[in-house]
Write a protein that binds this ligand. Structure first.
Ligand SMILES: Nc1nc2c(c(=O)[nH]1)N[C@@H](CN(C=O)c1ccc(C(=O)N[C@@H](CCC(=O)O)C(=O)O)cc1)CN2
Length: 293
C-alpha cells in the first residue's frame, strides 16, 4: 500500500487558523498586532519567494509584516546597523534575516546580533543552547514544523529509532535535539548522519523515522528505506524543468514508507506556520503572558 501523506499545506492552514485567537488577544492587550520584520539582502529568487510567502502569511494572520529589501552589495556593518535598529523597535516582536546571505557578510555575526528575545527563527546561540538543555524559548522553525507535522498526524516517536540525515545548525542539529526531548513527539533514539557518513544506506535502513535534510536532490533512494518507516523530507530543489523535488526519491520511497511528506506541500509550509507561532509567542512573552496563562 502506498504511504499516507503528511500534508503540510493543510496542517499549516489549520495552525494559522488557530493562531487567530492569540493574535486577537495580543491586539487587545498590547494595542497593536504582533510585528514581524524580515530582512532580505540581495536578489536570490528562491529567497525572495520565501520572504514574500512569509510576508503574505504574516499579514494574512493579522500581523504587521514587513520586508526590508537591501541590495546585494550591502556591507556587514550596514546589515548589523539595521538589526540594531530593529532590536530597539518596540513594535517588532520578531526579526528574521533570510539566509543565505551574500558572501561579504558573515551570517554568524548577524545571527549573534539579533536580540535572542526577538530571534523567532531560533538561530541565536542562546536559543539553540536553551533548546539543548531542555528549556526551549524559540526552536528553529523547520525542525519545529517537522515535530508539529508528525504530532498532528498522530505519528508517535517514543522509543523509535530516528535517523536525521544532515547536520546543519538550522535543521539537522535542532531536529535531533527536538526528537531527543521527553514527550509525545520525542523520546526517540536518535542517530545523526551526513553526506560523509560511511554506510548511509544501512544507517537509513535502521530508521523507523527518517528526516532527510542533506541538501541533495533525490539523494535517498526507496531501496534504503525500512518498510513501514515514516519519511520526512526537508530538502527543496528546483529541477531544470522548473518542478520541485526533495532530498528523497519520492515515488520509490512512497512505495515502502507508511507516511511520507511531499515536496512541495510538506515541511515548507510548516516552516512558515512555525515562524508565525514563534512570533505570536514572542509578542505574548514581551507583553508578560504566555498562551497557557
Ligand atoms: N532566516 C531563514 N532563512 C532560511 C530558512 C529559515 O527558516 N529562516 N529556511 C530556508 C528557506 N525557507 C524559509 O526561509 C523556506 C523554504 C521553503 C518554503 C516553502 O514553503 N516551500 C514550498 C514551495 C515553494 C516554492 O514554490 O518554491 C513547499 O515546500 O511547499 C518555506 C520556507 C532557508 N533559509
Amino acid at each position: 500500500m502506498p504511504a499516507r501523506i503528511l500534508d503540510g499545506k493543510q496542517t499549516a492552514r489549520e495552525i494559522r487558523g488557530e493562531l487567530a485567537a492569540r493574535v486577537a488577544v495580543v491586539r487587545d492587550r498590547l494595542g497593536r498586532p504582533p510585528g514581524l520584520v524580515a530582512v532580505l539582502v540581495g536578489d536570490d529568487p528562491a529567497s525572495a519567494l520565501y520572504v514574500k510567502n512569509k510576508e503574505k502569511a504574516a499579514t494574512g494572520a493579522g500581523f504587521s509584516g514587513e520586508v526590508l529589501r537591501l541590495p546585494g552589495t550591502t556591507s556587514e556593518a550596514e546589515l548589523l546597523g539595521v538589526v540594531d535598529r530593529l532590536n530597539e523597535e518596540e513594535r517588532v516582536d520578531g526579526i528574521l534575516v533570510q539566509l543565505p546571505l551574500p558572501k561579504q557578510i558573515d551570517s554568524d555575526r548577524v545571527i549573534d546580533r539579533i536580540r535572542p528575545e526577538k530571534d523567532v527563527d531560533g538561530f541565536h546561540p542562546e536559543n539553540v543552547g536553551l533548546l539543548a538543555i531542555g528549556r526551549p524559548r524559540f526552536a528553529s522553525c523547520t525542525p519545529l514544523g517537522v515535530v508539529e507535522l508528525l504530532r498532528r498526524h498522530g505519528v508517535e516517536t517514543r522509543g523509535k529509532r530516528a535517523v536525521v540525515l544532515g547536520r546543519s545548525n538550522i535543521v539537522g542539529k535542532p531536529m535531533a535535539l527536538l526528537l531527543l526531548r521527553k514527550g509525545a513527539v520525542g523520546d526517540a533514539t536518535v542517530t545523526v548522519c551526513h553526506s560523509a557518513s560511511e554506510g548511509l544506506p544501512e544507517i537509513v535502513g535502521e530508521a523507523d523515522l527518517l528526516v532527510a535534510a542533506v541538501g541533495r536532490p533525490e539523494f535517498v533512494k526507496g531501496s534504503w528505506i525500512k518498510p513501514g518507516a515514516v519519511v520526512v523530507d526537508v530538502g527543496i530543489h528546483r529541477r531544470p524543468d522548473g518542478s520541485l523535488c526533495g532530498d528523497v526519491a519520492f515515488d520509490e520511497a512512497a512505495e515502502v514508507a507508511s507516511w511520507i511528506s511531499p515536496v512541495p506541500g510538506g515541511v515548507g509550509p510548516m516552516t512558515i506556520a512555525m515562524l508565525l507561532a514563534n512570533t505570536v509567542a514572542s509578542a505574548e512573552r514581551r507583553g508578560g503572558w504566555t498562551a497557557e496563562g
